[in-house]
Design a protein around this ligand. Structure first.
Ligand SMILES: Cc1cc2nc3c(=O)[nH]c(=O)nc-3n(C[C@H](O)[C@H](O)[C@H](O)COP(=O)(O)OP(=O)(O)OC[C@H]3O[C@@H](n4cnc5c(N)ncnc54)[C@H](O)[C@@H]3O)c2cc1C
Length: 425
């Protein structure tokens, strides 16, 4: 379909741009990890892609900046691992947990010192720019600073998007549209497929600090009393800097009338585990908050002529809050399904339902298990029991490490034998 000027709009004639007549297979709305992954895989498959983002890169994204093994595997497929690792980042070899009664336990994710670190912490401003620039290089055309405001329909089929760039209103058409525009996605809203369930949304606040003492090569998740039911995190960055934040399910936050900023200040200044570590620490950014649409809300992520990926499809891990991995992965799966659908010249709802099926096969079991772990982690008694035992027993640390490293073994957390082994260890 041809790219064309807006014909039925209230924008004055002189504000409409005359655009060259170009044809695209797919329009990807949003150049974050999910959209850039999708655009890159589509372009590598020989499809012509128009990539649109309202921001100009490099741009910030409020995040914990934790990049896990799942992300690393997609980055490797895109050939971007070295480029990302060349940027400022800190390799991570495991996690540190603490319990509400202040027991601390380190869990290693590597089995031997020769094993490469499975994940890292990298500011999203740096990370996203690498993934976006790659997509921009591959896409037929990329427009930054383009704010999509609506989808264009032909009957019940999505055939394009409209939006504004530098005061000009433009329309673009393609055979399919990918909504990769994050939490608050315009595309998802316009097609009526939004996660608005506050039991399945997390609100999180993060700030950057320097001079946080005691940071290691492990990300830290702390189930401190002040933050329950939720957690406080410290994700170490180079040069004694750290990404520090706190997250909680929106429903719980509303019920308890929690102010995340107040809770974070309280943890940092009063909690015995942190007041010394933060004694000389200085915030080097303002504290910013954003919503996390969790994968525990099962959303339909496709329709006639479109698919949704990443946060727009509500795919964030409901326990860890990790969304970059599922975002990159959903972009790849969407590209694969769209490539086949384009070959068959069938972008119908039925044809694109294969995307949902593949998403399910790839991530549903893990999301379901981690949702159950999220609910278990609401139980203060259980958290104290497991973390206390693990802080005193290498065997329990290994049991937890096994259960965390292998997604299949996540299920151990629901096996009564797991708890019996923890208690007896
Ligand atoms: C506080 C916090 C901490 C988090 N910590 C982690 C973590 O440590 N690890 C992890 O893996 N995940 C974490 N997440 C989740 C993670 O940030 C998201 O899951 C991830 O960014 C999803 O990527 P995405 O590409 O789907 O969306 P985004 O990264 O949000 O990208 C969407 C893109 O769409 C563009 N866009 C939006 N609207 C429009 C529009 N109308 N027109 C054009 N373009 C548009 C935006 O400019 C943006 O570039 C955290 C989230 C929060 C809020």
């Amino acid at each position: 379909m041809a790219e064309q000027d807006t014909q039925q709009t209230s924008v004055p004639q002189e504000k409409r741009a005359s655009a060259p007549q170009e044809r695209y297979d797919v329009i990807v709305v949003g150049g974050g990890p999910s959209g850039s992954s999708c655009a890159s895989f589509l372009a590598k498959a020989g499809r012509s892609v128009l990539l649109l983002d309202r921001a100009k890169f490099p741009r910030e994204k409020t995040c914990g900046d934790g990049i896990s093994g799942k992300s690393v595997s997609v980055l490797a497929e895109l050939g971007l691992l070295d480029a990302v690792r060349k940027g400022e980042h800190k390799d991570m070899t495991g996690l540190i947990f603490s319990s509400p009664n202040a027991k601390v336990v380190p869990i290693s994710s590597v089995r031997s010192p020769d094993e490469p670190p499975p994940g890292f912490v990298c500011r999203r401003e740096v990370f996203d720019n690498v993934v976006f620039q790659n997509a921009k290089k591959l896409a037929k055309r990329t427009i930054e600073g383009f704010v999509v405001s609506d989808v264009i329909r032909d009957g019940n089929r999505i055939i394009g998007v409209r939006g504004t760039s530098e005061g000009k209103e433009l329309e673009f058409r393609a055979k399919a549209v990918v909504g990769a525009d994050g939490a608050g996605s315009v595309v998802a809203r316009k097609v009526g497929l939004v996660n608005e369930d506050d039991a399945h949304q997390c609100a999180a606040l993060r700030a950057y600090f320097e001079n946080v003492e005691g940071c290691t090569d492990k990300i830290e998740l702390h189930f401190v009393k002040e933050a329950l039911p939720g957690y406080f995190w410290v994700f170490p960055l180079p040069d004694k800097q750290a990404n520090v934040g706190i997250g909680m399910i929106v429903r719980d936050m509303k019920k308890k009338k929690v102010n995340l900023k107040q809770v974070m200040d309280e943890v940092i200044t009063k909690n015995p585990l942190f007041k010394e570590r933060f004694k000389n620490a200085k915030p080097i950014s303002s504290a910013k908050s954003w919503l996390l649409p969790l994968g525990s809300k099962k959303l339909k992520a496709y329709g006639n002529g479109f698919v949704l990926v990443g946060d727009a499809a509500s795919l964030i891990d409901p326990f860890s809050g990790e969304g970059v991995g599922n975002g990159l992965m959903s972009g790849k799966i969407a590209a694969d399904v769209l490539d086949t659908a384009l070959s068959e010249d069938d972008l119908s709802e039925k044809s694109l339902s294969r995307y949902q099926k593949k998403l399910r096969e790839n991530m549903e079991a893990e999301i379901d298990t981690n949702y159950r772990i999220q609910r278990l982690a609401n139980n203060e008694f259980l958290l104290n029991l497991i973390i206390d035992k693990a802080s005193r027993s290498k065997d329990v640390q290994e049991l937890i490490s096994d259960a965390l490293i292998d997604p299949e073994a996540h299920k151990n957390f629901f096996d009564p034998m797991f708890y019996i082994r923890v208690i007896l260890a």
